[in-house]
Design a protein around this ligand. Structure first.
Ligand code: ADP
Ligand code: MG
Length: 365
C-alpha cells in the first residue's frame, strides 16, 4: 500500500527549552487507523497540528499524498480535524452545521443536502437533520462533528482526544462506532489519545510517544507482547517490574536472581553474568500456585492485598525486597482452583520464561 503521509525528521521547538516534537519520522499508509499515544505533554497534539497545518515545524518535512505540504496552510491540505470540544455552531441545525463547509466551497443547495444527509446517515443520526446541537446528547454532538469532518471526504482525518469529553460508558460505545466509521469511509484516521485501552481497541497501529519522540510503534498486540522499554511496558498495559541480576547465561536463556527466587528467561540478545537487569511481566501472564504445587519458574512472597474487580481478582504479592507484584486471575478460575488467598499468607507465583521481558539496568519506570 502507498503511504498517504510521510513525516521526515519533523521537529517543533517552541523555544530553546520547550521542545514539543523532536525528530519524528513516520509513514502512514492509505486507509490506516493510527493512534498517537502517550502521557500529557509528550507532543501528541503538536504532531497532529503540524500534520493539519495549524502549527509550523521548526525542522523537517511533511508529505501528503506524495506532495510536500510542509508550508501549506490547512485549507490547502486534504486533511480535516475533529476537535475535542466539537465546535458546532449552536444557531444552525445539524444539517446546516454539516453542510457549512460545502456551502463555503460553493456547492449547490440540493447537493449540499444530499452530501450532509449521507454523512449523517454514516454516523446513524439521519433523523436529527433538522434539530439543533442543544437538542442532542454529548455523544450525538460528537457524531455530528464527525459527520461534518468527513462530509468533504478528506484523505486524512485528524482526531485530537475525540472521546475525552464523554463519560466512560459512552466512550466505550463510541470507540467501537468510530472504528466502524473508519472501516466504512476508508479515510485514513490519525487519532491522539492518552488512554491506552482506547488506542489498543481502535487502532491498526499505535505510536507511543515519549518527550516529543517515538518510543515505539507497532500493531497493538506487538507492543503489548514485545515492549522495547520499561516506559512502553508501563504505558501499555500493566507490568510488574522486578530488580534482578544475571546468575548464569547461555546464548538462548539465562538464570536470573531476584529477591523472591531465581527465574529462567529467554534471551534475544547476549547478557553478561553479574549484569544488573530488570524483569517485567504482565499480571495476567502469571499463575498463583496452590499450596504444595510444583512449578519450574516461580517467585515467592506474601499476600499484601486482595482486590476484587468484577470479572477478576488481583492479588498484590510483596516479595523480600519490598517490591509488590500483581497477580491477576479470572474470579471464576481463582475460585475453582481455590487460589484466592488471605492477606498475610505465603504465596508463590509462576511465570513462564517466554512471558518475561528483560530490560537492561535497574530501571524504575
Ligand atoms: P500532548 O498533546 O501530548 O499533551 P502537546 O503537544 O500539547 O502535548 O505539548 C508538548 C509540549 O509542548 C509540552 O511541553 C507543552 O507544554 C508544549 N507546548 C504545546 N503547545 C505550546 C505552545 N503553543 N507554546 C509553547 N509550548 C507549547
Ligand atoms: Mg494534547
Amino acid at each position: 500500500m502507498a503511504a498517504i503521509i510521510e513525516l521526515e525528521n519533523l521537529s517543533k521547538h517552541y523555544s530553546s527549552t520547550i521542545i514539543g516534537v523532536d525528530d519524528v519520522s513516520l509513514s502512514v499508509e492509505d486507509g490506516e487507523f493510527v493512534t498517537l499515544l502517550g502521557p500529557s505533554g509528550c507532543g501528541k497534539s503538536t504532531l497532529l497540528r503540524m500534520i493539519g497545518g495549524f502549527e509550523a515545524p521548526t525542522h523537517g518535512r511533511i508529505r501528503l499524498a506524495e506532495r510536500d505540504v510542509t508550508w501549506d496552510p490547512p485549507y490547502k491540505r486534504a486533511v480535516n480535524m475533529v476537535f475535542q470540544d466539537y465546535a458546532l455552531f449552536p444557531h444552525m441545525t445539524v444539517g446546516e452545521n454539516i453542510a457549512y463547509g460545502l456551502k463555503m466551497m460553493g456547492m449547490g443547495r440540493a447537493e449540499q443536502r444530499t452530501a450532509a444527509l449521507e454523512a449523517l446517515t454514516l454516523v446513524g443520526l439521519a433523523d436529527r437533520f433538522d434539530q439543533r446541537p442543544n437538542q442532542l446528547s454529548g455523544g450525538q454532538r460528537q457524531r455530528v462533528a464527525l459527520a461534518r469532518a468527513i462530509v468533504r471526504r478528506p484523505k486524512v482525518l485528524l482526531l485530537d482526544e475525540p472521546l475525552s469529553a464523554l463519560d466512560a460508558r459512552l466512550r466505550e460505545q463510541m470507540q467501537i462506532e468510530l472504528k466502524h466509521l473508519h472501516d466504512k469511509v476508508g479515510i485514513t484516521f490519525i487519532m491522539v489519545t492518552h488512554d491506552q485501552t482506547e488506542a489498543l481497541v481502535m487502532s491498526d497501529r499505535v505510536v507511543v510517544m515519549e518527550q516529543g519522540r517515538i518510543a515505539q510503534e507497532g500493531k497493538p498486540q506487538d507492543l503489548y507482547d514485545h515492549p522495547v522499554s520499561p516506559y512502553v511496558a508501563n504505558f501499555i498495559g500493566t507490568t510488574n517490574f522486578v530488580p534482578a541480576t544475571v546468575a548464569d547465561a547461555t546464548e538462548a536463556a539465562a538464570t536470573i536472581e531476584t529477591a523472591a527466587g531465581s527465574l529462567q528467561v529467554l534471551l534475544d540478545r547476549p547478557v553478561a553474568k553479574g549484569a544488573e537487569m530488570t524483569l517485567g511481566f504482565r499480571p495476567e501472564k502469571t499463575r498463583a500456585l496452590a499450596e504444595g504445587e510444583a512449578a519450574e519458574n516461580a517467585l515467592s512472597g506474601h499476600v499484601a492485598e486482595v482486590i476484587y474487580y468484577g470479572l477478576g481478582v488481583r492479588v498484590s504479592v510483596e516479595i523480600a525486597d519490598g517490591t509488590r507484584l500483581y497477580v491477576d486471575s479470572l474470579l471464576a478460575d481463582a475460585l475453582a482452583r481455590s487460589t484466592v488467598p488471605q492477606v498475610g499468607t505465603k504465596m508463590r507465583v509462576a511465570v513462564e520464561p517466554h512471558n518475561i521481558f528483560l530490560f537492561d539496568g535497574r530501571v524504575a519506570p
